[in-house]
Every structure is written in structure tokens, then in C-alpha cells.
Design a protein around this ligand. Structure first.
Ligand code: PRX
Length: 658
């Protein structure tokens, strides 16, 4: 990695690499919400107590119900509404004028979004949805850029009990169609266009190009965002602003069971078909609110919080929308990425808004390291008091840079381990109570039972690598895969039975303090810049190109993005690989899935290593791509394939270096 930081800083970081544990900074501990990490004797009772912080319509009398494992439920006889908890109760407490989001647009626009405004807009949007025939239980898709309307759209769905299905704006319209189809969505909320790095990209017209034949999709609501021209189908499409203007400003919240679905969020699995992770209401809100407050040490009256994720990922759902709003926080919401209009924009905004709590991904920190410490240091970040990371293991060097350059050595860092499936943070450090170790996420939170097991389900000794597992149900756990009960049980609860959740990550714990080190995925899921991708999904996109006979995709270690997509491609007939064809295939993948899935490297292979039963051995491909000695090749149908591929990889490397 190019080191553009000053020599002093470089030397200092080298020295810090020797330090294994960082105690919570004294200045921080004095006012910390939690000063001791005390696992409760009774986890279920602990969560029941936390649930009381929410405003229930009917208080639950029971917490966990495990009668129908692994379909656990929480607070099932309570009734609640998520939008009331996020908005009405703050407005009723006189906080209508409190800013929920300082929204900043790419072009310098600013909007202060108050709790009062959100409540009014949410009610109007809820009425607009109802007037288009959306009823409790109907799925509503949301495909929007990072504009305040995305929050309104989500909460409007929550108000009437219509589970939302948000699709990340970086996914292609084809992916949106697929997700609308899988979830049988009745409506979609999207925009005319999106701003991306100073340019305008059409959104609605792209959606139109592939959405046509979904008969269940009766309505498309279109937010006018960029003024980009688009056609409006008189029967199906309606402008968001017109629909909201025409709607009544008050909408009584639906009284929903705690187990009513709040949202579906599609994420990548081992097969090409994404998994529709289903989250329900009461348990999800309980754990998200508790973790957001205690892991980030949130003091809503004083703090300005910023999570740099996109709402289209679970991090955005839990820690941009629901967590912060449940806690009455004031957040920054930034429309763009970290490098436009310039590479110091995040820090400029942090200084401008006096951000105190900042939450981002290791990949972004590594990018900032590359751009140089000066871009951070020229801004006044003295208000920052806590930093967080999520999405992938953080390498100690990036951790230390974050700690020193961004946090000025006075801010604790919380490395939060969790997943789309867990809904909320599971393993981390409580910043005022526990030391941090660069590279380790920390310990299971109070009320969470995470362990490292062997294949038989026995806990391995600390220090030994094994499989990460969750042994007791937790409130914000996924309740299933949308309309795929069998796949749910098979994926998560078949390895060790119906009590123990298989995470899909390998990990080990330290002997002295049980700190968890997450090593990476054990399945064919890869992690590119903290974005979860399925190798099978990318393979199937590549293979759908007429010139391709076969493809195998692996995640290759990458110093910027953690892992990078590397594709081995076999072409049809006598076709020869070329740079043009590589570009064509990359574009093909972008159109099918989204730009983030485009292979960084493509290797033309005459054949792929397969077992005698025809299964591609990705393990061997990973070995070659990362220059390791090859493992056992005796089970291969044709062991010569490997020699040929090794030659190709070396050629590609030589080309790349030359
Ligand atoms: O492999 C782990 C990694 O990201 C996976 C979950 O991805 P996703 O569902 O997209 O959710 C990402 C944001 C919560 C995990 O199985 N992962 C996430 N956070 C960490 C992590 N790996 C190491 N350390 C983390 N803090």
C-alpha cells in the first residue's frame, strides 16, 4: 500500500503495532453509559427488560417462545408500531423540531430533516400507499438513492404494516426486478434519477426497461430527485410529491403483532438465488435500540452521529434508520461516497456538523489511508469521541491509523461483528467498559451467546480455530427466509440441530479474555469492500453471456477491498479471450447484478479443475490465485488442468506488473 502519510506517523504506527490492547481512554470512561460488561444471568429476562424501553400498544407478557424451533418468536403477544417508536413518541415528547438528519447532497445541497417533518411526511406517504391499495402484509419495494425520502418510505411502510424490501441503489434494475418477483411486491418506490459523482444517472427508465411484465407490481411511486426525464404509465405510475400532497396528513398507525414482518432484505448466499432475510418488529426494534445506544454510547441530546453506510444494506436499516430514530438521535446523512467532490469530504462534513460518533467500514478506512492523513488532519475533528467499524475484519494497521489519525488517539474504536441475519450487533466491545484489540471484534454483547465450535458442535479450546455459532436465540434474529422455510432450516439450523445457529464465519477466541477474531466466510460468499457477494450469483451472470461456456468465481485477497472478485472463464468453442471481451463480460455482470459484482481479474481457462463428479474445486483456484502451494489434486478428474491454469495466472500477473 502506498504510504503517503508522514514519516513520523509511519514510525508511530509501526510502534503501535506492538501494542495488543487499548484500554478505554480515560476521558471517555468518565461519562460512559456502561462502565462494566456484565453478562446477565438470565438473557431472556435481560431482553424483556430492554423491550420495556419501547412504546408498546399492548405490552407483551412473554419474551422468548421456543416451542417451534428454529422458528423462535419474541414478545409475541405484544402489539406495537415501529414508526410510532421512531417518530410519534419523540414528537409527543416535544422533540418535533429536533433534527433527525442533517442531509447533505453531493452538489452541496443541505436539508435539515426534523422528527416533526418525518412524522408528517411518513403519515402522508402511508396514506398515499393505502390509497393505491397497499394493505397490511403487502410487500413494498424501495429502490432509492440516499435521499431523505428513503427514510420516509421505509417508515410509511412500517406505519401500515407493509413489509419493505429495500434494494441497494448500486444494484442493477435487473436485480431489483428479481427481488420484486421473489417477494411478490405490490408496489415499488423509486426515483427519476440519482446523482453519482457529479453526474446524473437515470433510475426510473432503467427500472421500466426490465420491470414491464410483473403483474403483481401494481404501483410505482416516483420521487422527483434529479429532474431526469422518464415515462409515467398512467395506470401504474404516480409521482411521489403529487401523491403525498393529495394525501391526508394524518394516518393512524396500524396495531401490529410484535412478530409482524417489518422488512425483507435480500442478501447473498451460497447459491445464485439471493436469500430474503425476514425481520419482524418487536424483537428487532428492542435489540437495535439497545445496541445503538450502548455500543455507540449515544447521548441523544449532545451527540451527532454518522453511519456512512447506504440504507440499502442491513447496516443502513439498523444503524441509519431504526436504531438512531428509536433513540431520538441526530445524524448526518450523506448522499455520496467518500471521494466526491473531493477525498476529504467526509472529514469536512464531520467538522462542519461536529460529528461525535462515526461508524464506517474497514475498506473505507484503507482508502483514506491511501489518500493520506493530511486530508483528514486539515479538518477540525476534535468533537469526535467514538469510532466504529463494520462489515469485514479490520487489519491492525488500518485500525491504528483510524485510531490515531481520525480519532486523535482519544476515541475508542468499536469493531462490530454482525450480519444481515442477526439484525443487530452481536460481538463488539462496550467502549467504556472493555479494552480493544486491533483486529478482534471483542466479546459477545450481554444477552448474546456466541461460541466457536467444531464440526460436532463442541466448543473448541480458546486459541483454536473453529466455526462461529450462536447458541441461544436473540431478539433481532432473522425469523426465516421469505417463503423458503426449508432453505432457512437447512442453511442455519441443520449442522448442529435446531438450537444452534450456524453463522457461516470461521473464528477463534483468545485464551485470556475470550476475544473473538473473525477469520472469514466458510461458504462461497465473498466480502468485497464489506459488501457481501455470492460467487455462484456472479458465476451465473457470467455464464449467461452467450460467448461463455463455464465460469468459476473466487474471492482473492485484496489489500484495498479485503477480497476482490476473480473469475476463471472458459469460452465457447474456439473463441479466444481478449481485453475487449473482458470489458464486455464485466459490463454484462454490471447489468445483471450491479457494478460492485464486476470481476477485478479475469483469467481465460481452457478447462476448470473438477472432481470426478463434476464439482468445481474453488479451493484449488483460490490457491493458485493467491500463489499458494496447491493442496491435494488427486481427486481431480484431470490433474493437468492445474498446470495449465498456473501458467495462465503467472502470465496474467506478469502482464499486470508490466
Ligand atoms: O463475514 C462476516 C462479515 O460480514 C458478514 C455479514 O455480512 P452482511 O450480512 O452483509 O452484514 C454486514 C454488516 C453487518 C459476516 O458473516 N463481517 C461483518 N462485520 C464484521 C465481519 N467480519 C469481521 N469483523 C466484523 N466486524
Amino acid at each position: 500500500m502506498a504510504d503517503t502519510t508522514s514519516k513520523d506517523l509511519g514510525t508511530e504506527l509501526e510502534e503501535l503495532l506492538e501494542v495488543e490492547t487499548f484500554d478505554p481512554p480515560e476521558g471517555f470512561v468518565a461519562d460512559a453509559l456502561v462502565k462494566e460488561h456484565e453478562p446477565p444471568a438470565d438473557a431472556v429476562a435481560f431482553w424483556a427488560e430492554q423491550a420495556r424501553e419501547l412504546e408498546w400498544i399492548r405490552e407483551p407478557t412473554q419474551a422468548l417462545d421456543d416451542a417451534n424451533k428454529p422458528f423462535f418468536t419474541w414478545f409475541a403477544d405484544g402489539t406495537i408500531n415501529a414508526s410510532v417508536n421512531c417518530l410519534d413518541r419523540h414528537v409527543a415528547a416535544g422533540l418535533g423540531d429536533r433534527v433527525a438528519f442533517h442531509w447533505h447532497g453531493e452538489g452541496g445541497e443541505e436539508r435539515d430533516i426534523t422528527y416533526g417533518w418525518l412524522l408528517e411526511q411518513t403519515q402522508r406517504a402511508a396514506n398515499a400507499l393505502r390509497s393505491r391499495g397497499i394493505e397490511q402484509g403487502d410487500v413494498v419495494g424501495i429502490y432509492l438513492p440516499m435521499v431523505p425520502e428513503v427514510v420516509v418510505a421505509m417508515l410509511a411502510c412500517a406505519r401500515i404494516g407493509a413489509p419493505h424490501n429495500v434494494v441497494f441503489g448500486g444494484f442493477s434494475a435487473g436485480s431489483v426486478k428479481e427481488r420484486m418477483e421473489f417477494s411478490q411486491a405490490k408496489a415499488l418506490i423509486t426515483a427519476d434519477g440519482a446523482r453519482r459523482k457529479g453526474k446524473t444517472a437515470p433510475v426510473k427508465s432503467e427500472v421500466d426497461a426490465c420491470m414491464g411484465d410483473l403483474d403483481h407490481l401494481e404501483t410505482i411511486l416516483v420521487v422527483r430527485n434529479t429532474g431526469t426525464e422518464c415515462e409515467m404509465d398512467a395506470d401504474r405510475d404516480v409521482w411521489w410529491h403529487e401523491a403525498l400532497e393529495a394525501a391526508e396528513p394524518e394516518c393512524a398507525p396500524a396495531e401490529l403483532d410484535a412478530e409482524h414482518p417489518l422488512f425483507i432484505l435480500y442478501t447473498s448466499g451460497s447459491t445464485a438465488k439471493p436469500k430474503g432475510i425476514l425481520h419482524t418488529t418487536g424483537g428487532y426494534l428492542t435489540q437495535v435500540a439497545w445496541t445503538h445506544k450502548h455500543v455507540f454510547d449515544l447521548k441523544p441530546e449532545e451527540d451527532v452521529y454518522w453511519c456512512s453506510a447506504d440504507v440499502g444494506w442491513i447496516t443502513g436499516h439498523s444503524y441509519i434508520v431504526y436504531g438512531p430514530l428509536l433513540n431520538g438521535a441526530t445524524s448526518v446523512m450523506w448522499e455520496g461516497g467518500p471521494d466526491h467532490p473531493h477525498k476529504g469530504i467526509w472529514w469536512e462534513l464531520c467538522a462542519k456538523r461536529g460529528v461525535t460518533l462515526f461508524y464506517t467500514a474497514p475498506t473505507a478506512i484503507r482508502a483514506c489511508m491511501k489518500w493520506g492523513a493530511e486530508l483528514v488532519q486539515e479538518h477540525d475533528l476534535s468533537k469526535l469521541r467514538l469510532l466504529g467499524t463494520v462489515g469485514e475484519p479490520i487489519n491492525p494497521k488500518a485500525w491504528l491509523w483510524y485510531w490515531k489519525v481520525v480519532g486523535g488517539g482519544r476515541c475508542p474504536i468499536v469493531d462490530t461483528w454482525w450480519q444481515t441475519e442477526t439484525g443487530a450487533i452481536m460481538v463488539t466491545t462496550l467502549p467504556g467498559a472493555q479494552h480493544a484489540k486491533p483486529g478482534s471484534a471483542g466479546t459477545p454483547l450481554p444477552g448474546i451467546d456466541v461460541a466457536v465450535l467444531d464440526d460436532d458442535g463442541t466448543e473448541v479450546e480458546h486459541g483454536t480455530q473453529g466455526l462461529l455459532a450462536i447458541r441461544e436465540p436473540w431478539p433481532s434474529m432473522l425469523r426465516g427466509l421469505y417463503k423458503e422455510d426449508e432453505r432457512f432450516v437447512e442453511t442455519y439450523f441443520s449442522k448442529w440441530g435446531k438450537d444452534t445457529y450456524l453463522v457461516g464465519d470461521a473464528a477463534r477466541r483468545d485464551a485470556e479474555d475470550g476475544y473473538v477474531w473473525v477469520i472469514g466466510r466458510i461458504d462461497d460468499v465473498i466480502n468485497v469492500s464489506g459488501h457481501r457477494m455470492s460467487t455462484a450469483e456472479i458465476e451465473s451472470a457470467i455464464v449467461s453471456h452467450p460467448k461463455v461456456a463455464e465460469a468459476a468465481v473466487i474471492g482473492q485477497a485484496d489489500e484495498d477491498t479485503g477480497q476482490a472478485v476473480c473469475a476463471f472463464v472458459t469460452l465457447e468453442g474456439d473463441l479466444e479471450g481478449s481485453d475487449d471481451l473482458e470489458a464486455e463480460l464485466r459490463e454484462h455482470v454490471a447489468a445483471k447484478i450491479g457494478k460492485l459484482a464486476r470481476p477485478k481479474r479475469m483469467i481465460w481457462a481452457d478447462d476448470l479443475p473438477k472432481t470426478r463428479s463434476g464439482k468445481i474445486m474453488r479451493r484449488l483456484l483460490r490457491d493458485i490465485a493467491e500463489g499458494r502451494a496447491l493442496g491435494d489434486v488427486t481427486t481431480l478428474r484431470d490433474p493437468d488442468v492445474m498446470a495449465q491454469l498456473e501458467g495462465k495466472v503467472k502470465e496474467a500477473q506478469a502482464d499486470g506488473e508490466g
